[in-house]
Design a protein. Sequence first.
Length: 261
Amino acid sequence: MTDILLPVRGTQAIYGINPVAKLGAAFLLGGCLILSIDWVSAAVALLLECALFLFAGLSARTFWLRTLPVWLAAPLTAATIALYGQTSGQIYFEFLFARISEGSLELALATLLRVLAIGLPSVVLFLTVDPTDLADGLAQVLHLPARFVLGALAALRLVGLFLDDWRSLELARRARGVGDTGRIRRTAGQAFALLVLSIRRGSKLATAMEARAFGAPIQRTWARESVFGARDWVLVALGGAIGATAIVCAVLAGSWNFIAA
């Protein structure tokens, strides 16, 4: 179960890029795409991203498996917008509060493409991010507070243990014949047991980190240097270029729809 939390080793080029650059590229691309709700900009961005996915070094199975939540969420979001979105133009279907119109369908298409255009590159980029490398980058490149970075890293490292603990609790309860019936009651009791276990583990971890001077108010040193080089800037520039190209195409096509308008 913890495999879904592990970084994927694609090509050495994409894996060796600083996680801060991946974060910046995803932020720039997403920031450009949320400025407008139109299908042209989202479609252009998605096409350009698909061309770059080929260089991520991920196998087809890994790509589809890890991006499956995005592929499931996008149609559901579009369906909601189609039924309850802003009504305009010809109305095709109407029942109670649900109303499908020409405008809501166009908005649903734009939403579908936009979710894919923002979600897919974010997932692909962060598949090859190691949490420790990300923490090094946040602290050394972005100069975020060390206590915040190390605390977040420790919490992220414990997520995999929580999943294992949940499975162990489930097997232990079944072995004792507890909770064989009543799924809701079993889940609630198991969740409470996991909460207690998590609090105890978190307290022990906090004490151990404090004993090792992780919270000392001094300038920290880092075991590994986080370098932000030329290829990192290239990735950030690609994210901004894709977003800018999508905006220009939408403006030229006359479909630009600024969300503040």
